[in-house]
Design a protein around this ligand. Structure first.
Ligand code: C5P
Length: 293
């Protein structure tokens, strides 16, 4: 996530993420769930611009379905910075939305992290990435990951971020089936049974670092698929339908609704994308784990 100077302010890209692995380790006293999740930044991104104004935080978005009031995570991020750092200036924020909403792709969280990074530069606040991650964790469980992005094992609520290595540039197809899922509902419907066998993240991480897409694909895992498929049986049908394309691995990202397929090549990914688009199953993106220059 690089901050760029524009004539009267700055701009920044806010990339989406997919979860390659997500295990729920337990339920916490504060109501949150303890996670082990591997988050992967992908090259599908929103674009934000920041222009200094005398006072207040104003957000303008090209997607009319997105509320731009104080409850938007972008405004919350800006107001948090103003409050915590004693800033006496305001900002006009422009948000060009490309990442689908309610899709398990972390768009809102990434926009919030981008806002913290951009305002740190615009207002010359001088916070370190570690300090920005502290602010990020106050805004939401996924936000801290996006401060450094790339690939990380995230623990705790998701806010304890440890970078991990990936052997290859992998090609993924992301299918957004035009369903918006509320994360809270998915966690509420998750049944934690003590007898179930916990999936081992260290084996997955080892495979991600040393093996190819065939081995990684076999180990893609998301514990939240259980409640997602119970509440949205149409998504289970879609996943079953997508199996015919011969992905190395296929899973729901985060709390849904996107379904992610790991491919053996860019060509395979583009071929599958074209077929899914022609059948009309939703928005389809071909992405990789490195940002385009
Ligand atoms: O932290 P964030 O606001 O993104 O989380 C949204 C909701 O998702 C929480 O209110 C909680 O219901 C659920 N959640 C959870 N355990 C996590 C992360 C989120 O139960 N680790």
């Amino acid at each position: 996530m690089n901050v760029n100077q524009i004539s009267d302010g700055i701009s920044i890209c806010a990339p989406a993420k997919i979860n390659l692995f997500l295990e729920v380790v337990g339920k916490r006293k504060d109501g949150y769930h303890e996670l082990e999740t591997v988050m992967q930044e992908i090259d599908l991104a929103d674009n934000l611009t920041f222009r200094e104004v005398e006072e207040g935080v104003r957000l303008e978005c090209d997607d009319m379905s997105i509320p731009c009031g104080a409850d938007n995570l972008v405004c919350k991020a800006a107001n948090l910075m103003i409050r915590e750092c004693g800033i006496k200036k305001g900002v006009l924020i422009g948000l060009e939305k490309n990442i689908p909403v309610g899709a398990g792709l972390g768009g809102g969280s990434s926009d919030a992290a981008a806002t913290l990074k951009a305002l740190n530069t615009l207002w010359g606040v001088g916070l370190t990435d570690e300090e920005l991650m502290g602010f990020a964790a106050k805004l939401g469980s996924d936000v801290a990951f996006f401060i450094n992005g790339k690939t990380s094992l995230c623990r705790g609520r998701g806010e304890k971020v440890n970078p991990v290595k990936v052997k290859n540039k992998f090609n993924y197809v992301v299918i957004f089936p035009h369903i918006r899922i509320d994360t809270v509902t998915i966690y509420k419907n998750l049944k934690i049974t003590l007898t179930r066998k916990r999936k081992d993240v260290s084996f997955f991480l080892d495979t991600l670092e040393h093996e190819n897409e065939v081995s990684v694909g076999e180990l893609l895992f998301n514990r939240l698929e259980e409640p997602v498929f119970t509440l949205y049986p149409g998504l289970l049908q879609l996943k079953n339908f997508l199996e015919r394309f011969g992905f190395c691995g296929l899973l729901v990202s985060g709390s849904g609704s996107s379904i992610v397929g790991l491919c053996s090549s860019r060509e395979q990914a583009e071929g599958i994308r074209d077929k899914i688009i022609s059948i009309g199953k939703g928005d389809v993106f071909v992405v990789t784990n490195t940002l385009l220059p």
